[in-house]
Design a protein around this ligand. Structure first.
Ligand code: HEC
Ligand code: HEC
Ligand code: HEC
Ligand code: HEC
Length: 332
């Protein structure tokens, strides 16, 4: 009797494990397909196929599961073109779909004080953006909306800083650190790149290292939990956080790593195969044109209106490279 009972338990337990595994795989396959569509549309939009991308994204808007991310991507296409007015309705609709309930009622000062905390980071930016918009501060509102949606797309992952990545990817780090992008924060200091600054009509003697209009692209994760912050004098913790996110770091292109790193650590320990969708589901980006254009766009004060980022050529430049090591465990 006891034996039959325990074999029953074993049978049901294995059935359970099996179906859990099947559900997990199905969930990743489903999520993977949705990400593939979103990612492909995002790439199309930046490779001359804008209308095709907009059509795909507009159809994804109708599906509850993808409303928020499709709205974000639709808004971003305009935003990166300098069309803030056109981006706003997409951003705002996406955020109101993400947060359908009533606003918290907190005022501007209270919301601003909460900008550095992780909890409710997206919602705080949404509510503050609505206030800024009502005051006519359109650019500031758009930035807050974009950051809020960026945080939602990161699935709760935060920036961990370049030192963490270095500990497992030394070769990529050692070649990355020599690139102009790694040193992008240095360019904001007075007396650095003076000739280039003069050409770009910046003041070569001015200190731009605390200027929010520059930090968004010359650091990583500025305005996002765990990312670059302007450190107060004597605040050692903030100074470390700033140092770890200065310049275009690994996460600037690959996405915030707090959650992906947990998975990567486990992959390393178990030497197990994985698919990229696993990392994508916790905020990692697919490295490609979509990871460059948040910075290489017309809101760069050095760019002329109508500027287009020529990804294929730029990607080949030495400055956009780090040493590539063949992946051992990735299966797709
Ligand atoms: C504990 C070790 C560890 C840490 C820390 C770590 N990684 Fe990884 N990472 C791995 C392993 C293991 C893989 C899989 C490698 C393979 O397949 O050979 C990986 C894969 C990757 C990939 C390839 C993803 C793909 O499938 O295309 C990228 C990109 C990456 N890591 C970036 C980062 C970044 C950025 C950081 C810092 C935020 C980071 N890693 C931190 C261990 C780590
Ligand atoms: C977080 C913002 C950011 C991201 C993301 C980013 N870049 Fe950059 N990039 C910069 C900045 C800022 C510079 C200028 C660095 C300096 O000289 O101070 C730069 C410089 C460069 C340069 C050298 C100057 C030039 O235009 O020839 C290349 C090439 C480049 N980036 C390519 C890329 C590619 C390809 C990607 C995506 C895979 C990418 N970048 C992602 C901000 C970014
Ligand atoms: C929207 C993103 C963005 C913003 C905002 C931004 N930059 Fe840049 N910056 C870039 C990129 C991208 C490059 C690389 C140049 C290129 O594309 O050829 C760059 C390059 C530079 C360079 C190096 C130029 C060279 O020829 O080597 C300097 C200096 C610079 N930026 C200063 C600033 C200052 C100062 C501010 C703020 C007033 C600022 N940037 C704001 C994206 C940005
Ligand atoms: C300017 C953008 C950019 C930055 C900054 C960047 N990467 Fe990458 N990374 C890429 C691109 C693009 C690929 C190639 C993706 C592909 O072809 O599938 C890549 C590939 C990788 C891979 C996959 C394996 C390999 O070596 O090709 C790892 C791991 C990785 N990066 C880690 C890092 C780490 C760690 C840093 C920081 C020290 C970093 N990356 C900084 C753009 C970037």
């Amino acid at each position: 009797m006891r034996n039959r009972f325990s074999s029953h338990i074993k049978f049901y337990a294995s059935l359970c494990v099996f179906s859990l595994l099947a559900i997990t795989i199905a969930a990743f396959a489903g999520a993977g397909e949705v990400y593939d569509k979103l990612d492909q549309a995002a790439v199309d939009a930046r490779s001359g196929k804008v209308e095709q991308a907009q059509a795909t994204l507009t159809s994804l808007l109708k599906d509850k599961a993808t409303t928020v991310m499709a709205g974000y991507e639709l808004g971003l296409i305009h935003y990166e073109n300098g069309e803030v007015e056109k981006a706003m309705p997409f951003f705002k609709d996406a955020l109101s779909a993400a947060f359908p309930g009533p606003a918290s009622g907190k005022d501007e000062q209270a919301l601003t004080a909460l900008l550095h905390q992780e909890a409710d980071a997206a919602r705080i930016r949404y509510e503050l953006g609505v206030i800024c918009q009502s005051q006519g501060k359109q650019d500031q509102a758009a930035k807050l909306f974009r950051d809020g949606l960026n945080i939602i797309s990161s699935k709760g992952a935060t920036y961990v800083g370049v030192k963490k990545c270095k500990s497992c990817h030394f070769k990529q780090w050692n070649s990355w650190r020599k690139t102009e992008m790694a040193k992008a924060f240095e360019s904001l200091k007075p007396g650095v790149k003076s000739e280039e600054k003069t050409k770009l009509k910046f003041d070569p003697n001015k200190d731009y290292t605390k200027d929010a209009t520059c930090l968004g692209c010359h650091t990583s994760g500025f305005g996002i939990p765990g990312g670059y912050i302007v450190p107060a004098d004597g605040d050692a913790e903030a100074q470390n956080q700033a140092k770890d996110n200065a310049g275009v770091t690994c996460e600037g292109c690959h996405g915030p790593g707090s959650k992906a790193n947990e998975i990567q650590e486990e992959i390393k320990e178990n030497k197990r195969p994985y698919k990229f969708a696993e990392l994508r589901a916790v905020g990692f980006h697919k490295a490609g044109v979509r990871s460059c254009t948040p910075c290489h766009n017309t809101s760069d004060p050095g760019k002329e209106p109508g500027y287009h980022f020529a990804y294929e050529e730029k990607r080949k430049e030495k400055e956009a490279q780090h040493e590539n090591i063949e992946l051992k465990y990735r299966q797709d």
